[in-house]
Each structure stands twice: as structure tokens, then as C-alpha cells.
Design a protein around this ligand. Structure first.
Ligand code: NAD
Length: 397
């Protein structure tokens, strides 16, 4: 097993391979794929790190912090990536940017491999080896590289705080001379990494929390955080062998909606985080359920980046439906961009150290280890067979 801590920089002659990072480009995205700590590790491992001026501004990292960590900070995003052996990003780059990348270079990022067939094809055409961080396996050895988990955890935390902030009442029980305030009631739907963090955060804030997941195995985790698990009899297991949720039948979704309607009506806050790996998120909260909620209640749809769990949610919008505030921010992790960037950058450094244990380079042997085989979506001009390939073929046809 290789970890970043036992990654010893090799003795090198000749120039160091260059690693660059792209700044965030879409509005609302404030995270970046690097941090001063990760730059120091990359430089220590033998990379020459080149960053565009101002890359860390929105995540609150100054250019001086990166220079002190050992990076060269110069020019803009386009000039930084030209000639680089590896390019790091947190969101998918533009297809046109693939033409600026060196043949044989690495592109490492959250590349949306299930839906962004145009980018994946462009990487193959440009001879770029694309590594999709979404495809890091959910195994113990891969945990330090698991960017979906690190970002989901922060998104769950941010969703809880956002909901509490927008709710026109307090979360904890308060006994005051003016009277006793009962605790706010929270329902969390989907108890993967984001949902568990939303539960933990709202429980810490003093709310009375209920949670539901289609995976019955989640009950124990929910209860261990001090929340109540909403049990709905679904006849069969809602989980795949890998621990992900299965897509449900229409009948199962209808049974779920009926049972959740009652819990929603009692809740001041509903936070939804239900996703199905590689597929659009299921619609779970419908208009009738929203109409049954108390005016002033708040819903945060934290699954909006993959389509959302709430009927009527529009990515990027905060709307009011039947007196209920509906927040659908696809960039929740960006609201804690400093830590989100640090954690993501750490995931990337761990992955690079794992796939190139003998030193920095863009050269890869896809058969050398299982994690690389999972994440490498294009290599030597071809689109490889990965968990994303069938979705990619479907999108391209
Ligand atoms: P995810 O983001 O894919 O989905 C979030 C949650 O939504 C999941 O718990 C899922 O069961 C639930 N869900 C899906 N459809 C639903 C529906 N119709 N109704 C209610 N809930 C629904 O999940 P995730 O955070 O990626 O975690 C998936 C699994 O992987 C979990 O069991 C998690 O503990 C596990 N995991 C393991 C590792 C590891 O071993 N290294 C790392 C991360 C996650």
C-alpha cells in the first residue's frame, strides 16, 4: 500500500515535470484543485508547480501563499496549462481547452464522466490521459483520494447551516422567562456522506432530526448520530453490492412519497441529499408534499447538481413555493471553499502519489493498479472501458 506520507521524492536529473492547475470558471464555483499545503507536497515529490495569477482568490489563498509553498505563479489559466505534463481542475474544463494540452499529459478533475461525453471524446482526441475523480472506488485504500466524499461531507454541513440561516425560527429548544421554544424539526432524506453530515450538524445545533434512506443499512448510522430513522417497508433491499442506492420502481417511489408526506408536514427543515451513482437523482419531494408543509419552512435540495430531489427546484435558484423556501444551490461545498479546496487538493495529491509511486510523471500503466484502472477514462487516444463508459456511449449516440 502506498500513501502520500511514504512517497519519497526520487533523485532526478533533467527538468522536473510540470503540474498546473486551472482556476474555477463557472459562476458560483469558488473551489480550486490546489492549496498551499498540496503545492508543498507536489513540489516535495518532484513536480514543478505552475499556477495562474489569482487562482486562489475566491478560496482565500493568496498568490504569496502559493509562492511560499514552492509554486511559480505567473500568467493566466491558458498560459499555465500550455506545456504542462499534468493539469489539475475541480470542475470540467472547456472542450476547447483540450487543444492547449500537451499530448500524453494528464488531466485530473471532477470531469462529469457520466454526462460530459464531449469532454471525454476531446481528451481522447487530444491524446490526454483523463482521470475522473468521480470514479475513485469506495474502498478503504482509496479513502484519502475520495473527492466525492470529501466534497459531499462539506456540502451536507453547508446545507444544514444554510437551512438554519433561512428558517425564521431557532433550532434548539430554549427555556426562557418569556416561554419555552420547542426544538425545530428536521428531516434529512438520503443518508450517504452528505446526509450524515447534515444530520450531525443539525443535531449539534439542537434540532430534533429524522432521516430516511432507501438503504435499510443506514438506520444504525442515523441512530448513532442521535436522529430517528424513518422506516418505510419497501419489500426489497434498496442497495447494490457496492453500497450505492438502486434506482427504484415507480411503485416504490410512490410508497415512499406517501410515507414522507406526513413527516414533511411536521418538519421545519427538509434537506435532501439522495443520489444514485451515475444516474439522475430521484424526485422524492413533490408539490403536494411542499403544500403540506408549514409556511416559513425551508427545503434545501442538496442533490440539485445531479437533477435534484425536489419537484420545481431549479439549480442556482432560491424560490418560495406555497410559503416554503426552496434552496437549490449546486455549489454548497463552494460556500466553504477554503476547506473544500484543501480537502479536494489533498485527495488529488494522494491519488497522484498512488498511481505514480515511483515519482512524478505523466506516464501511466493502466494495468498497474486497480484504482488507476477505475479512474482513467481516456488513455493513448482512446476512451477506456470504465463505470462511465456505458453512460458516455449512450450520451454520444
Ligand atoms: P450518494 O451521494 O450516491 O447518495 C446519497 C444517499 O441517497 C445514499 O445513502 C443513497 O442510499 C440515498 N438514496 C438514493 N435514492 C434514494 C431514495 N429514493 N430515497 C432515499 N434515499 C435515497 O451516496 P454516497 O454518499 O456516495 O454514499 C453511498 C454509499 O457508499 C453509502 O453506503 C456510504 O456509506 C458508502 N461510502 C463508502 C465509502 C468507503 O467505503 N470508502 C466512501 C463513501 C461512501
Amino acid at each position: 500500500m502506498t500513501s502520500e506520507s511514504d512517497h519519497t521524492p526520487p533523485e532526478r536529473t533533467g527538468p522536473r515535470p510540470i503540474i498546473a492547475a486551472l482556476p474555477a470558471m463557472t459562476p458560483g464555483e469558488r473551489r480550486i484543485a490546489t492549496s498551499p499545503e498540496s503545492v508543498a507536497k507536489l513540489v516535495g515529490a518532484g513536480w514543478d508547480c505552475v499556477l495562474p495569477i489569482g487562482i486562489g482568490e475566491a478560496a482565500r489563498f493568496s498568490d504569496a501563499m502559493f509562492v511560499e509553498a514552492g509554486a511559480r505563479v505567473a500568467g493566466d489559466a491558458e498560459s499555465a496549462i500550455v506545456g504542462a505534463d499534468a493539469v489539475l481542475c475541480i470542475e470540467p474544463p472547456r472542450v476547447e481547452q483540450m487543444r492547449s494540452l500537451k499530448r500524453g499529459s494528464l488531466l485530473v478533475g471532477l470531469l462529469a464522466p457520466f454526462t460530459n461525453s464531449a469532454l471525454i471524446n476531446a481528451c481522447a482526441e487530444a491524446g490526454v490521459s483523463a482521470i475522473a475523480m468521480e470514479l475513485v472506488p469506495r474502498s478503504t485504500i482509496a479513502q484519502p483520494m475520495d473527492a466525492l466524499s470529501s466534497q459531499a461531507s462539506l456540502a451536507g454541513y453547508a446545507a444544514a447551516l444554510r437551512a438554519g440561516d433561512r428558517l425564521p425560527r431557532v433550532l434548539p429548544m430554549m427555556s426562557t422567562p418569556a416561554g419555552t421554544i420547542p426544538p425545530a424539526r428536521v428531516l434529512v432524506v438520503g443518508t450517504g456522506v452528505a446526509g450524515l453530515q447534515a444530520i450531525a450538524t443539525t443535531v449539534r445545533l439542537g434540532a430534533r432530526v429524522s432521516a430516511y434512506d432507501v438503504r435499510a443499512a443506514a438506520k444504525e448510522q442515523v441512530e448513532s448520530l442521535g436522529a430517528r430513522f424513518v422506516s418505510i417497508d419497501m419489500a426489497e433491499s434498496g442497495q447494490t453490492a457496492d453500497g450505492y442506492a438502486k434506482a427504484q420502481t415507480d411503485e416504490q417511489l410512490a410508497a415512499q412519497r406517501q410515507a414522507l408526506t406526513e413527516v414533511c408536514a411536521q418538519s421545519d427543515i427538509v434537506i435532501t441529499t439522495a443520489q444514485i451513482f451515475g444516474r439522475p437523482a430521484p424526485t422524492i419531494i413533490d408539490r403536494a408534499m411542499i403544500a403540506g408543509m408549514k409556511p416559513g419552512s425551508v427545503i434545501v435540495d442538496a442533490a440539485i447538481a445531479t437533477g435534484g430531489n425536489v419537484e420545481g427546484a431549479v439549480a442556482g435558484d432560491e424560490t418560495t413555493i406555497d410559503g416554503v423556501t426552496l434552496i437549490a444551490d449546486p455549489d454548497l461545498a463552494s460556500s466553504v471553499a477554503t476547506e473544500a479546496s484543501r480537502m479536494y487538493a489533498s485527495n488529488v495529491v494522494a491519488l497522484l502519489a498512488h498511481i505514480r509511486p515511483d515519482g512524478p510523471s505523466a506516464e501511466l500503466d493502466p494495468d498497474s493498479n486497480e484504482i488507476l484502472a477505475s479512474v482513467l477514462v481516456t488513455h493513448r487516444g482512446t476512451v477506456r472501458d470504465t463505470a462511465a463508459t456505458s453512460a458516455h456511449d449512450g450520451a454520444a449516440s
